[in-house]
Design a binder for this molecule. Structure first.
Ligand SMILES: Nc1ncnc2c1ncn2[C@@H]1O[C@H](COP(=O)(O)OP(=O)(O)O)[C@@H](O)[C@H]1O
Ligand SMILES: Nc1ncnc2c1ncn2[C@H]1C[C@H](O)[C@@H](COP(=O)(O)OP(=O)(O)O)O1
Ligand SMILES: [Mg+2]
Length: 194
C-alpha cells in the first residue's frame, strides 16, 4: 500500500501554534492543488467521532501535550494513501513536532523535498490564538494551554528545523506581515521545487 506514496512530493509545514500554518496551507491548496493534511485536524476529527480513542486524545490535547507518535503517524499515512490516486503532493501541517516524528515518517513514508518554516514572534502567536479562541471552539485555544503549547514548541519542535537545515530544504518564512504578503514568499518557495 505504501508503494502508492513513492515519488510523491512531500512538504513539511512547521511553525509554532498560531503562526499561520493552516492559513498558508489553504492558500497553497487553492493555487497548487496540493493535498493539505493537518495532524491537528485529523486528531480533532477523531475526537469529534466520539470514539474511545478520541476521548483519550481530547484529554491530551486539552493539556497542550503531544499525542503518541504512532497514533498521529498512522492517521497521516492512512489519509495520504486515501488521496494517493489524485494527489500531486502533500502538505504535512503540524508534523513533525519533534525530531523523532520526522525520522519515523521518513522510515514509513518518505523524505520531504521542502520544509516551510512559518515563523512568528511568541507574542504574535499568543495574540492570534487568543483571537482565534473567540470563535474556534478549540479546547486548547485558552491562555493556560497556549502557554504550554508555546513552551513545548520551543523545546521539542524548533530542533526539528535545525535537523533538516543541513539538508538544505528549509525555507524560513516571516509570518508577521499580512496573509497575502506571507503567501508570496510561500509561493516562491514552492515554485523553487523541481
Ligand atoms: N499573516 C497573518 N496575519 C494576521 N493574522 C494571521 C496571519 N496568519 C494567520 N493569522 C491568523 O492567526 C490565527 C492562527 O492561524 P492558523 O493558520 O490557524 O495557525 P496555525 O495553524 O499555525 O495554528 C488565525 O486566526 C489566522 O486567521
Ligand atoms: N504531530 C503531532 N504529534 C503529536 N501531537 C500532535 C501532533 N499534531 C497535533 N497534535 C496534537 C497536540 C496539539 O497541541 C494539538 C493541536 O495541534 P494543531 O491543530 O496542529 O495546532 P496549531 O495548528 O495551533 O499549531 O493536537
Ligand atoms: Mg493549524
Amino acid at each position: 500500500m505504501a508503494d502508492k506514496l513513492k515519488d510523491k512530493k512531500i512538504i513539511f509545514v512547521v511553525g509554532g501554534p498560531g503562526s499561520g500554518k493552516g492559513t498558508q496551507c489553504e492558500k497553497v491548496v487553492a493555487k497548487y492543488g496540493y493535498t493539505h493534511l493537518s495532524s491537528g485536524d485529523l486528531l480533532r476529527a477523531e475526537v469529534a467521532s466520539g470514539s474511545e480513542r478520541g476521548k483519550q486524545l481530547q484529554a491530551i490535547m486539552q493539556k497542550g501535550e503531544l499525542v503518541p507518535l504512532d497514533t498521529v503517524l498512522d492517521m497521516i499515512k492512512d489519509a495520504m494513501i486515501a488521496k494517493a490516486d489524485t494527489s500531486k503532493g502533500y502538505l504535512i501541517d503540524g508534523y513533525p513536532r519533534e525530531v523523532k516524528q520526522g525520522e519515523e515518517f521518513e522510515k514509513k513514508i518518505g523524505a520531504p523535498s521542502l520544509l516551510l518554516y512559518i515563523d512568528a514572534k511568541g507574542e504574535t502567536m499568543v495574540k492570534r490564538l487568543m483571537k482565534r479562541g473567540e470563535t474556534s471552539g478549540r479546547a486548547d485555544d485558552n491562555e493556560e494551554t497556549i502557554k504550554k503549547r508555546l513552551d513545548l514548541y520551543y523545546k521539542a519542535t524548533e530542533p526539528v528545523i535545525a535537523h533538516y537545515e543541513s539538508r538544505g530544504i528549509v525555507r524560513k518564512i516571516d509570518s508577521e506581515p499580512p496573509v497575502d504578503e506571507v503567501f508570496k514568499h510561500v509561493a516562491a518557495a514552492i515554485d523553487g521545487l523541481k
